[in-house]
Design a protein around this ligand. Sequence first.
Ligand code: HEM
Length: 362
Amino acid sequence: MATKLAALIVLAAFLAGPAACDGASICFSGWLRLPTFNPLLCRRGSRMNRLPRQRGPSPSGLGLSYGYYDNRRSRSYCPRAEGIVRGAVRDAVAAYPGIGAGLIRLFFHDCFVRGCDASVLLTTTNSNNSDTEREGPPNKNSLRGFEVIDAAKAAIEAACPGTVSCADIVAFAARDASYFLSNRRINIRMPGGRYDGRESFANETDQLPGPFSNVTELQASFAAKGLTSDEMVVLSGAHTIGRARCMFFSSRLPEMDPAFAAKLRAQCNGNDDTNVNQDDVTPNVLDKRYYQNVIDRKVLFTSDAVLNSTETMMQVRENANRAGAWERKFERAMENMGKIGIKTRGDQQGAEIRKVCSRVNN
Ligand code: HEM
């Protein structure tokens, strides 16, 4: 079985060509599980060798401000913008809480690739490449919530054309989804002022950590964006909502709590594409339950389970036990994530306010 899987992976790497290895979904990013690590699959210069040893500077967020669209005297005045996003998210989450989970993840996947510039939403780009981030392995057939962003954008464009960026809409939507899914306990202060990028490439999604990553790899991928190990642990708590496909955890069922594993085995029933709830206890509530699940071995991915290792165990315990502590840290970490690699008014090269979130302006 293991040999068969290895052969399949080699074949996939071969068919996809060198770009697949460069893109490192095979070599490092932790999105595929290799039965045995085969260095021949990874070329020199793959992500494995490019992992930073030290954390980059924390994102400064220079150029962003709270209530950015409320300033009457600025060209970006659009006082209804944040309210329109909040209304769209409230209705979507009330109808289907899973969409809220999708919106929080959309923000993470946007910010980690090319910064928070809505590159994750593009289907056509400045370079006319059709292989955008949406086609990248972590995103394809997985990301959701696009229609909420599109609906909010259409309503905002009708109110104030060409004023509010898609990148800010993604950030506000993640803030609002966190608010409603936490039963209003998580209230992120999210500044605005981001501009939208004009490029998006599927292979750059290799910068997203994968479910088979170990602690060092997780820390390195967050450090590359200027985020701390503590922020990595705190943001992972978002896995207390939403769903995941069996392909990302079925290999580690024997390592899980036996009753939890038995339930998952029955739900997956041998089908890799089946979705299950990430949190078996409170699947639609953004709460600190994730950390007790880590301790109880009731989490899905390797990347979740490894947080119970010596390096990060203390934070896991603190988040599990101290009431309100995780919620405040999550608020700050989400705000900080929203500052990664932003394009702002002072740095407009290659940036714009898109008219339609899935397409660059002409
Ligand atoms: C620490 C490294 C992380 C890894 C390895 C990881 C990996 C994954 C994977 C594999 C899935 C399931 C995708 C699928 O089955 O299609 C998932 C779902 C999800 N992730 Fe993460 N993730 C990480 C961090 C984060 C962060 C920082 C956030 C947000 C702050 C986040 C929010 C979510 C949410 C909300 C879902 C459920 C999405 C839905 O139901 O549509 N994750 N993640």
